[in-house]
Design a protein around this ligand. Sequence first.
Ligand code: SF4
Ligand code: SF4
Length: 509
Amino acid sequence: MADIAAPAYRVIPIIPALKPGAMEGKGPFIASDKIQEAIGFPGQLVEDWHDRAIAKMGDLLGKYRSLKVYMDACVHCGACSDKCHYFIGTQDPKNMPVARQDLMRSVYRRYFTWPGKLFPWLVGARDLTREVLDEWHNYFHQCSECRRCSVFCPYGIDTAEVTMAAREILDSVGYGQKYSNEIIGKVHKIGNNLGLPAPALRDTLEGLEEDVKEATGIDVRFPMDVKGAEVLLITPSADFFAEPHIDSLIGYAKVFHATGTSWTLSSMSSEAANFGMFIGNYEQLRKIALRIRQAALELGVKRIVVGECGHAWRVAYSFWNTLSGVGDGADETDQFAMMLQKQLDHRYRQPMHICEFTWDMIAQGALSFNKEANDKHIITFHDSCNVARGSSMGGYPGGQFDIPRNIIKAVANNFVEMSPATTHERTFCCGGGGGVLTDDLMDVRVKGALPRMEVLQQVKDEHGVNFMACICAICKAQFTKVMPIYGFDRKMVGGVHQLVSNAIKLGAK
Ligand code: SF4
Ligand code: SF4
């Protein structure tokens, strides 16, 4: 950390000068045998990795039509090239989205197209050599799968999907990433990313009940494993212990308390995050999602509400229905999915985001606030990439942008937007998403945060902004770590429900 410095702010907008090779060798740690094997991947790079990787690529091209379209459709117009925060921050041309795709496209052309097989030099086709494989490991782990580039691509080419495919191929030959795969193993074994066992979780929740009682004089409960509760809350495990995440957990509990909603957490399924998406592996994605279904069935809940976590909400909103049967379009041949469909109360959206829950309650007049409690804050809102570009809220397009902002405005008096070129569907990733939130990628993380830090500085200078709210555990963890490097106070970042918690009137009806 000591030798990592923040890049200088740019005059906006500017296309970065190129620094070829700037991020070569800056990729993540490789997963150990133990980590790989624990989740069913080969422990080390297999001897026949070349043939296996090409076979896996063929398999994915057959399975995901979109991947084949992305490999064929790019016209190299360059519209995406300066849209990636990692390219902007690192200036390494291989971090341009189109160049990142080309790492795979060049191999695709060599093995899956006739011109590439016959005249590779004419069409930019490359053999899959060990150097190319290393390059994949390096640069496909400098992508947070945030999909900003796809917003600007005239063909809608989604680099995130290319990154996921590359990571899946790498895992299949025993060349995985330590951080994501280790975390997936912990979820399978213990139920959450942190490896926090049930007794420790119970202690934490009891401690929180005491803290809130001391601060407010009111018995706000943080229940766990309560059969027959109305709501099962699935939230990122960072909410249980990390700052500022825990302040949002307190906010959710206060909302449930103030609205008289019976709710519970699950010790077996104490994690909203699903890193199966980051590594592009359907089986891991499904296995993690099924823990949530099991908890919902065992506890007999009527509703499933998801806490502040960006990619978790994307997985819940976009994939839970076919993965586990939560939501519309569940697999009718899956008896457990059908049992869950029967159990859940379909008068409510399933699943529901905690922001949707809170905003519904505010809109119905079921909550009241002392907005002045947040007067010390001049607040802005960072749209988290997975929420912005991979989900919705409120049952209408754009609800994912309005609802968190509506809540902030309902609980606080001072709200300022950042530059529109960097919010809503054009938002920048925090720099730590998609499996990048690890200390071995700290250089990439710091540099990738540059575009968000620049506009935050702008609203700080122009409006005195001193609090950036967000609804993602990864954004919170990333910003608290990198903001001090840019000269900001790490306490400037927090959750939307942290603001709710500050202002909510607990005794009111
Ligand atoms: S990090 Fe985001 S913008 Fe950059 S290449 Fe990946 S998906 Fe595209
Ligand atoms: S914007 Fe789309 S078509 Fe143009 S270079 Fe990027 S990926 Fe290719």
